[in-house]
Write a protein that binds this ligand. Structure first.
Ligand SMILES: Cc1cc2nc3c(=O)[nH]c(=O)nc-3n(C[C@H](O)[C@H](O)[C@H](O)COP(=O)(O)OP(=O)(O)OC[C@H]3O[C@@H](n4cnc5c(N)ncnc54)[C@H](O)[C@@H]3O)c2cc1C
Length: 409
């Protein structure tokens, strides 16, 4: 049994705490605001097991100018932040090479293939198995050309064994009668699922941690250079035998202290959660052309998306959340946006869309568990399982090599 400090009380840190305390370790979770808003609270609630397609697809950069032209469109890059992003962008460009993209997709597929085997037992253990709705997802298109432009992505998914059923607009409306008449195609991915409320899962994991003797310590980890202790910004320290770094989009400076270069950006996403939308969906719907989603949650219909690169400290631009609501209403004609709650979250994004999972090559007492981008909720349980396997020296369920931090050096 070891004393393990888990840095970060997001869904990933708590899933690591869950698996590590189950192995009998003594866990301290450190977070400056353990019960404060975080990316894990307000996400779209999708269990996106079909998402093997990395952001860095060949041809990506041809599509970017069109997205950037719309100030409230799916992609935004704040000019003041752009120079600081150059190394990340260069790595993104390099990750679009077909061979690199195929490798990333295969690695993602290996992790995503584990999701239900790890997530279902974790949800059951915290009494939330009823929170998972295995209803599939429906991706919809207005234009034939847009579906045609996405064909490489659908082919890639199919090559990885993911069932993707193309249907007509009328069939899509039969599945989701709230959709408007201008939908001409849909693609059903039955393996997908969604949860009732991502924040409820986070809260149940936090409560479970406390019930099982995990110490949740308020504090900002400021220094991990000395083995055997995590220094806090307050001047106090947490003594430990090992560390799991799961601080989401804030992880890179701490990894750097351990001697590991990481390319990590905050990819900010927005959403609007409407408590009484006046329409109902029975599964997550993905609006392919404008790159946003709508998920029927217990707290309302959540309409969200966007990728905004502005750094960790820029003020949110909630006009994006409102714009997403309006877009939603253009697809779902009966949608009322009244009382919609605006939210912004910082996705921890790597240029190759792969999380950083595994030990620091220089500091084997530190396990990295961050960089989950769009898939942190989906991959949290599998990440926790891999962290526990590492400290128990068990063979992990998937090859950890593609996720090593060493790929950035
Ligand atoms: C709009 C949107 C929609 C999304 N939809 C989905 C979806 O449908 N499905 C899905 O799987 N994923 C989705 N995601 C992504 C998912 O939310 C994230 O990948 C996930 O929440 C990341 O979890 P995390 O625990 O790594 O980070 P976080 O939840 O951000 O937690 C990190 C924690 O680390 C703490 N921290 C920071 N610095 C320090 C420090 N120095 N010391 C100690 N603690 C520190 C922070 O306070 C925070 O509590 C979405 C994200 C967004 C923004």
């Amino acid at each position: 049994m070891a004393r393990i400090a888990v840095i970060g009380a997001g869904i990933v840190g708590l899933a690591c705490a869950f698996h590590l305390r189950a192995d009998g370790h003594e866990i301290t979770v450190i977070d400056p605001a353990p019960e404060g808003d975080k990316c894990s609270w307000g996400n779209a609630g999708g269990i996106g097991v079909a998402e093997v397609v990395p952001a860095a697809m060949p041809g990506l950069f041809w599509r970017v100018p069109g997205w950037l032209l719309d100030p409230l469109g799916p992609l935004a890059l704040r000019p003041a932040h752009a120079p600081r992003m150059l190394p990340w962008l260069a790595a993104l460009a390099s990750a679009t090479r077909p061979k690199r993209m195929e490798q990333a997709a295969a690695a993602l597929a290996s992790l995503l293939g584990r999701v239900y085997a790890d997530l279902c037992p974790m949800l059951a253990a915290v009494g939330l198995e009823g929170q998972l709705h295995r209803a599939g997802a429906l991706t919809v298109y207005r234009k034939r050309l847009a579906l045609y432009a996405d064909r490489a992505e659908w082919d890639l998914k199919r090559r990885h064994g993911i069932v993707c059923e193309q249907i007509s607009g009328a069939e899509a409306r039969r599945l989701e009668p709230a959709l408007g008449p201008d939908i001409t195609f849909g693609v059903v991915t039955p393996a997908w699922s969604h949860v009732s409320d991502p924040k409820a899962i986070w809260a149940a994991l936090l409560a479970d941690a406390r019930t099982h003797g995990v110490t949740v310590r308020q504090g900002k980890a400021s220094d991990v250079r000395t083995e055997g202790r995590v220094q806090l910004a307050s001047g106090e320290a947490v003594d430990c035998d090992a560390v799991v770094l799961a601080a989401g989009a804030w992880s890179a400076p701490l990894a750097r202290q351990a001697g590991d270069r990481v390319l990590l950006e905050s990819e900010r996403g927005y959403n609007l959660t409407v408590p009484a939308p006046g329409v109902s969906l029975s599964r997550e719907v993905i609006f392919a052309e404008q790159k946003f989603v709508a998920t029927p949650l217990s707290v309302g219909l959540r309409i969200g998306g966007a990728a905004e690169f502005a750094g960790l400290n820029a003020a949110p631009n909630f006009a994006r959340a409102r714009a997403l609501g309006k877009l939603g209403a253009s697809y779902l004609p009966g949608l009322s946006l009244k009382g919609g709650l605006q939210w912004m979250g910082q996705r921890p994004a790597t240029p190759d869309s792969l999380p950083v999972l595994g030990p620091s090559p220089r500091r084997p007492d530190i396990f990295y568990a961050f960089g989950h981008g769009h898939l942190g909720l989906t991959l949290a349980a599998t990440t926790g399982r891999m962290a526990a396997d590492y400290f128990a020296v068990r063979t992990p369920p998937v090859d950890p090599l593609p996720f090593s931090v060493a790929r950035f050096n």
